[in-house]
Design a protein around this ligand. Structure first.
Ligand code: HEC
Ligand code: HEC
Length: 316
């Protein structure tokens, strides 16, 4: 093998530059206690980076649980959806509910719950609401593996740091969706060829409504959230080709269709602060926005994630 002769001056200069560029503190606090971190220079690890050791085995299993959720966990993931149906590209795609950094931003106060929840509870919200399935026991091997994968794709992000890409980007404009126009677009824009004429899904292609779809308690059941997903990520073969109005119309059509119920949903946002497009009544006073027909759950008692005790004197 040939190698270039070492040029002492150049080598010394390179070493100096490397030293100057290498961050000696991956995380630091600014004067206000906020964590400083160079998000733009960070990239998530991928499957090929998973180490061949015991932790790597757990990380890999976690990744495969995200990809093959119903096949691997048929008692918990009972619908036609898998984690990667929404968290595309193994949870890494930024426009599709990116999970990178999630491990660093939990525990977190969640206004929908009205309490501080940990990452396993957040995963279980997606099991019970997004997947319309059942609570995965926190102490299970599988939950540990999912958390190991989420930690792996957060490696290098300081604890407490909120990535600017944490939430699915909001729709740039607030519009009214027209469900009748959405029904037409559903065929014209080829949605029906992959998701089925009745939104039922086709083989591994996920359903959009009906008994095997996401429940009314899922974030996606809010018209703005699903419009945001559709606008940036669908149709799968040509993302970015829809106008904002088309995405809202499709969202109005899809979320107006029947879908599984989500038990105890009326206790969401216990102290208010809910978005206006929550499609169900709340005890805190909100009236359902364009409520769909609800389909019964076969194991409703297993679909409720217990609310952790609220912080404060009463908890002691
Ligand atoms: C029907 C779509 C859908 C499915 C399926 C789904 N999720 Fe989610 N998930 C979401 C949405 C939407 C959010 C909230 C993102 C937002 O509003 O910006 C979310 C949020 C999360 C978060 C919190 C992210 C954060 O930083 O706040 C985690 C963790 C998560 N999901 C994990 C999972 C796991 C694990 C699975 C499979 C068991 C799963 N999700 C299945 C749609 C889905
Ligand atoms: C070429 C096939 C294809 C077409 C066309 C397509 N999708 Fe999808 N869609 C998918 C796949 C596959 C997924 C799951 C994510 C993945 O695997 O990347 C998905 C996921 C979704 C999801 C989130 C998961 C769920 O099932 O709830 C929604 C919502 C969605 N598509 C809506 C639409 C809409 C609206 C259109 C038409 C504008 C459309 N899709 C066109 C293949 C397609």
């Amino acid at each position: 093998m040939r190698s270039l002769p070492a040029r002492p001056a150049a080598v010394a200069l390179l070493a100096l530059m490397a030293g100057a560029c290498a961050p000696d503190r991956p995380a630091s606090q600014d004067a206000h206690g906020a964590v400083a971190f160079n998000e733009a220079a960070w990239t998530a690890k991928r499957e090929a980076d998973i180490p061949a050791d015991s932790l790597g085995a757990s990380v890999k299993r976690g990744l495969y649980l995200l990809r093959f959720t119903p096949e691997s966990l048929p008692q918990y993931a009972t619908s036609g959806l898998r984690c990667t149906s929404c968290h595309q590209d193994d949870g890494i795609k930024l426009s599709a509910g990116s999970l990178t950094g999630a491990h660093a931003r939990f525990p977190q106060y969640m206004s929908r719950t009205g309490a501080v929840i940990d990452l396993a509870d957040r995963v279980n919200y997606c099991f019970t609401r997004s997947l319309a399935g059942n609570v995965l026991p926190k102490e299970s091997r599988e939950m540990t593996d999912i958390l190991a994968y989420l930690a792996f794709i957060s490696e290098g992000i300081p604890s407490g740091y909120h990535m600017s890409t944490a939430a699915m980007p909001k729709m740039p404009t607030e519009l009214e969706g027209d469900a009748a126009r959405g029904a037409q677009l559903y065929v014209e824009k080829t949605c029906s060829t992959c998701h089925g004429a009745n939104g039922e899904g086709l083989g591994v292609l996920p359903p959009l409504w009906g008994p095997r779809s996401y429940s009314i308690g899922a974030s996606m059941a809010r018209i703005e959230r699903v419009a945001a997903f559709i606008y940036r990520n669908m149709p799968q073969v040509n993302p970015g080709s829809l106008s904002e109005q088309e995405a809202w119309d499709l969202a109005a059509y899809i979320n107006g269709q029947p879908r599984p119920d989500s038990p105890a949903k009326e206790f969401d946002w216990p102290v208010g602060g809910n978005p206006k497009d929550v499609p169900y009544d709340l005890r805190s006073g909100h009236k359902a926005y364009r409520p769909p027909t609800l389909l019964p759950r076969s194991t409703p008692q297993r679909a409720i994630v217990p609310v952790p005790p609220r912080a404060g004197p009463a908890a002691r």
